[in-house]
Design a protein around this ligand. Sequence first.
Ligand code: FAD
Length: 490
Amino acid sequence: MSTTTTDLAALATALRAAIGADRVISDRQELRTYECDGLAQYKVVPALVALPADAAQCAAVVRACVAAGVPFVARGSGTGLSGGALPHADGVLIVTSRMRDILEVAPSDERAVVQPGVINLAVSRAANPHGWYYAPDPSSQQICSIGGNVAENSGGAHCLKYGFTTNHVTGVELVTPDGDRVRLGGRAPDAPGYDLLGAFVGSEGTLGIATEVIVRLTRLPESVRTLLAAFESTDQAGAATSAIIAAGVVPAAVEMMDALAISAAEAAVHCGYPAGAGAVLIVELDGPEPEVAAQFDQVERLCRDNRAFEIRIAVDDAERALFWKGRKSAFAAVGRISPDYIVQDGVIPRTALPEVLRRIGELSAERGIRVANVFHAGDGNLHPLVLFDASVDGQTERAEEVSGAILDLCVRHGGSITGEHGVGMDKAKYMPRMFTDDDLDTMQLLRCAFDPAGLANPGKVFPTPRLCGEVPGRRSGAHPAQEAGLAEVF
Ligand SMILES: Cc1cc2nc3c(=O)[nH]c(=O)nc-3n(C[C@H](O)[C@H](O)[C@H](O)COP(=O)(O)OP(=O)(O)OC[C@H]3O[C@@H](n4cnc5c(N)ncnc54)[C@H](O)[C@@H]3O)c2cc1C
């Protein structure tokens, strides 16, 4: 079923009538603003963009798409790093940036209720005066949206202690792929029946569009203490991380950067990390003052036992901010030392850190491609930054090989092809490295239960374009529905 220009013009008219002319974009130049997300190597200009103001308008847009048989893709702030919000060329991009109201902050319930376009950090800013905050803190938290966080089940530096987005969302209102408005969960901590809220969190826009989110608030800690430990090697820093966790201490965050990542951060933000470090750890503890004081001494000792050659303890908020500045700027800083780079995202059991980091070093040397490592060490969530120069013949291909080989390493060590950035467009091809055909078919059954017409973010997450109604199992050649001209492969 291919969508014609006339169909799209009729759809644009229907959308303008439903949500107002100023909320629909059809001009090609303006549409280009939305041609990619944070993974800029994929670019697709959408046919139309709709900017609904509320849930009712969002539902009206989805219903118009359904009536026209046109696919739609949700977009929050477009900071995703897996091409999840990449538009469909014949589809509507539904952008939530005009749905930015914080509807309620209710400390007595430990809850806040927000529209999906609300920026992550804005929730904490609204809750802070009451003594509360929103714990999941992706490094992009100054710009990414809560709706995007829910769709990606986003993590962050402090998710080691506090858990990922899924642990902080108790309810969602969504527009289903056929345009209905439904609620999953609520303010209570748990609901009976199948955990559909759990299925929705992390579904990357394939099960519907979140239009309201109830999040759990966390009390601001009484005390926060942060140290920076410098080691000669990532092996030593990895061993220190394992030792801290094995001792029963759960820091709020344990972040690692290797020598290349440190030198990039130094060049960009002059964070003043110890000279000559092969790796640094940032360890942050929070909680009641006596507990933090006792555990901080223990962490310091464990770092020294694992051959930290310098330990700095932040004396005030300004110094703590400086420690974090280097870490939080690292992704962007790498742009100073390499014209192009891939931000990879994989997970391994924490104890495999030294071995996997060593192997990444070997892969890098074998293929002549530099890799900088900056990551959530406490969670075993790696972010290798694979550096290359696209203008040099063959470097892009070699960088992609290294990047894929790193994911294979993660899977071989019992980990996963993504820790927090999602599968999106970019990693769909890697799904069979982790899942069997039967696994993927079972996941498709869930997707089809929400979206039998396959209109919500098609072409993402799944490696093969299986379609609802298809009998699960191996398939080769064109899908029968394709051959019959009833469906197309996105
Ligand atoms: C510098 C940088 C640092 C980052 N650091 C982290 C990090 O530490 N941890 C981490 O987890 N991620 C990180 N990210 C990735 C990214 O910021 C997160 O995935 C974030 O949650 C995406 O939010 P967004 O609003 O930009 O979503 P988008 O990029 O707009 O969309 C992401 C996905 O969510 C879907 N979506 C968006 N809104 C909705 C909605 N309302 N309902 C249903 N589906 C929706 C989209 O279709 C898409 O599949 C980082 C990105 C950058 C650029």
